[in-house]
Design a protein around this ligand. Structure first.
Ligand SMILES: [Zn+2]
Length: 210
């Protein structure tokens, strides 16, 4: 999937361009394991943060990025991600809540999942195949987003981040060990301030991470 496909469902409010790159924080950092503060001020500081998050996500070839991943303890994420029909959706959600399907509507889908804050590592994880994500946009107005396919996974993964949960927390002990081994074996490709300093050359490009 190419990041150069123009999103057909664009809710980025013009903030997807012009940001500055920030280093991506790893799971070793405490900020990745706390419940973030809700966004209360929809001001220029928030717009700058979101603009930088879009730039950082794009530079890291990601499909989603949550504020703690750039070291900021605030409940906001950005996404640029395909759904089940390969339609690209792009936008911002502040103070998200994810509604998971229940009963017969609850269908689990297992896909490889990765995280920009544990770069290069992927493990299969079962998650509900569709969700509704509700929150606020960059102006504080309500948004309700319906996610399918990888977009459903992205909304769950990013909302987890804002609640201090990383996807490694949802893996079995064995899968978590494999994930950590993969991350360690590829760590030399990722400078400490990646993607400010680009990643080293790697022939085997994996799936895209969130
Ligand atoms: Zn992540």
């Amino acid at each position: 999937m190419s990041q150069y496909v123009k999103p057909s469902n664009d809710h980025s409010h013009g903030l997807a361009d012009g940001g500055r790159l920030r280093p991506i924080v790893r799971w070793d950092d405490d900020v990745m394991h706390i419940v973030t503060r809700p966004v209360e001020r929809f001001d220029d500081d928030l717009r700058t943060l979101v603009r930088d998050m879009f730039a950082t996500m794009e530079a890291a070839n990601g499909v989603g990025l949550a504020a703690p991943q750039v070291g900021v303890d605030l409940a906001v994420f950005v996404y640029d991600c395909p759904d089940d029909d390969q339609v690209i959706h792009r936008g911002i959600v502040c103070n998200p809540e994810v509604e998971l399907p229940t009963g017969r509507n609850r269908v689990l889908e297992t896909s490889d999942e990765g995280c920009l804050s544990w770069p290069g590592a992927y493990q299969p994880l079962a998650r509900p195949d569709k969700v509704i994500c509700r929150g606020l946009d960059i102006n504080g107005d309500p948004v309700e987003l319906h996610g399918t396919g990888y977009l459903a996974r992205c909304f769950q993964h990013e909302t987890d981040h804002l609640n201090g949960v990383v996807f490694g927390d949802r893996l079995s002990g064995r899968s978590r060990r494999l994930l950590d081994q993969q991350k360690e074996s590829l760590a030399h490709f990722y400078p400490a301030d990646w993607p400010v300093t680009p990643k080293g050359r790697q022939d085997d490009e994996g799936a895209r991470s969130v």
